[in-house]
Design a protein around this ligand. Structure first.
Ligand SMILES: C[S@@+](CC[C@H](N)C(=O)[O-])C[C@H]1O[C@@H](n2cnc3c(N)ncnc32)[C@H](O)[C@@H]1O
Length: 279
């Protein structure tokens, strides 16, 4: 897997997640919360289990896991964004701990966890495969990994246009923006995720999907939605300033006018995978 630019990416991502933390849970009418609920459903934690939630963010997945494992179980959420962790900690159940820790260097003892979850965090890690290899070390035999990922290939023409206009603007203004390698962007596609998991020794891999979509009521609503959809658009939008932002919005509106009915439509698609560690 090509991880070029990973170091640059990680600094950029922690800074990004610190910045968006206050708006994370409410983005797209609470879409992250709905994805978290589905992940916990497919992971199927049971009373008494010991669970690790990697890249826990504001704790959307962690809190649901804590409810499901009950007082005899426990959950640890780890993340590198201090602002995300600040939002996760208040209201945590007594069976829940949040720790500032990198997903690639998890300092836990081996074979301690029944279940490890990655709620939309895997593609954003500096080294996703190193983290999954570490997860294998931390799981007990027969333990499960449960992953949710954004599926990029299902985006609409309007979303393609948004990224193109933003990319062209960046090039015109000499901006160099860290980008995901194509392999990393394709992580969430149906054909790739089961392959990664089975190469790591996971069996009985089950996949499910969730697709949501809609149409923004105004260009401004659309831009806000897309700016919150990931680190790269958000970082670019945040450095544009009023004049370039206006230039961007005019070019985008012209392109949208040509899309007719497809203008300002969006899809956000997610894939969920659960695998059991073979002995
Ligand atoms: C899209 S958010 C997911 C948050 C949460 N799991 C959820 O389902 O809503 C990705 C999270 O991964 C965290 N993250 C990124 N790189 C990380 C790393 N190397 N180690 C630990 N956490 C990381 C970010 O700070 C962010 O909170």
């Amino acid at each position: 897997m090509d991880l070029s630019g990973a170091e640059e990416l990680i600094e950029h991502l922690v800074e990004y997640y610190d910045r968006v933390a206050p708006k994370y849970d409410s983005w797209a009418s609470g879409l992250h919360g709905r994805v978290a609920a589905r992940l916990v459903e497919v992971a199927a934690p049971v009373r008494g289990e010991v669970v690790l939630d990697v890249g826990c963010g504001t704790g959307l997945v962690t809190h649901l896991l804590a409810h499901r494992v009950g007082v005899k179980g426990s959950v640890v959420g780890i993340d590198l964004s201090a602002r995300m962790l600040d939002l996760a900690r208040p209201g945590a159940r007594p069976n829940t701990t949040f720790m500032a820790m990198a997903a690639e260097h998890m300092v836990f003892r081996a074979h301690r966890f029944d279940l490890i979850t990655y709620g939309q965090s895997l593609p954003y890690l500096a080294d996703p495969l190193a983290s999954l290899e570490d997860a294998v070390r931390l799981l007990r035999p027969g333990g499960r990994v449960a992953v949710s990922l954004h599926r990029r290939s299902l985006q609409t023409e309007a979303q393609d246009l948004f990224y193109k206009v933003l990319g062209d603007l960046a090039v015109r203004h000499h901006l160099r923006v860290p980008d995901h390698s194509p392999e990393r962007s394709a992580f969430g596609e149906r054909e790739n995720l089961p392959r990664f998991l089975s190469e790591l020794g996971f069996e009985e891999i089950r996949l499910t999907e969730m697709v949501t979509g809609g149409r923004s009521r105004s260009p401004r609503e659309w831009t806000e939605l897309m700016a919150g959809s990931g680190p790269l658009p958000n970082t670019l939008m945040s450095i544009l300033g009023p004049r370039l932002r206006a230039e961007f919005e005019v070019t985008l509106a012209e392109g949208m006018a040509e899309l007719g009915d497809e203008a300002f439509r969006y899809h956000f698609a997610f894939i969920f995978a659960v695998g059991v560690l073979g002995s």
